[in-house]
Design a protein around this ligand. Structure first.
Ligand code: URA
Length: 197
């Protein structure tokens, strides 16, 4: 699923990929966005988080997870002993869906090569899918997040841990505990030496 798309092959690093796609208008979201939200963090991150798509604050600032849900994500990252700068954070779609609706399948299809190319360049050891949109689209499944979370799913050899979206946790604080259980598995996987190491 994370095949590099031939069109994006010439972009050997994230900065040139960003420059190449930041004016994208391949789907309707490109016409209504304020800013393109490429993603942010360590280009060599071992851990990469993937959310659904930019919200209002992200659309205004051009950065992922900077609103209320983003502040909770920062706390989650700190709770696992890391900093935001140590990880990479991106979204399934790079432009804000109006009124924060979930992205349409057609929008996800057009944007997928961008995320796929990012994952190929970063080569994270572990991916963490935040919420249903991210989990379903990364895994290519329609299963509810409640059934996907808590276990690793392997995509092109990369372990993907789906967990609840921080915006959902803000509305359902009792779900923070299961999210923490999921993240403990992420920490363990990050510590485990790879087979070839
Ligand atoms: N929610 C997301 O899924 N992504 C963001 O970047 C912000 C909020």
């Amino acid at each position: 699923r994370f095949q590099t798309v031939p069109d994006l092959q010439p972009y050997g690093d994230l900065a040139s990929l960003h420059a190449a796609i930041q004016d994208c208008v391949k789907c309707p979201l490109g016409k209504t966005r304020t800013k393109f939200v490429f993603g942010a963090g360590d280009v060599h991150a071992k851990l990469m988080f993937v959310g659904e798509g930019p919200g209002r604050d992200e659309d205004l600032q051009g950065l992922p997870f900077v609103g209320r849900a983003g502040q909770l994500l920062t706390k989650i990252i700190e709770a696992i002993g890391m900093k935001r700068e140590d990880v990479y954070i991106a979204n399934i779609v790079k432009c804000r869906p109006p009124n924060n609706r979930p992205p349409e399948p057609e929008e996800v299809r057009e944007c997928w090569p961008h995320l796929s190319a990012q994952i190929n360049l970063i080569k994270p050891k572990v991916l963490c899918a935040l919420g249903s949109s991210a989990a379903r689209n990364l895994l290519g499944l329609e299963t509810p997040i409640s059934a996907l979370r808590g276990k690793f799913h392997y995509v092109d050899g990369i372990p993907v841990m789906p967990t609840y979206h921080p915006a959902f946790l803000l509305r359902n604080p009792n779900m923070k505990k299961p999210c923490w259980e999921d993240l403990k598995k992420v920490i363990a996987a990050l510590k485990k030496p790879a087979a070839s190491e």
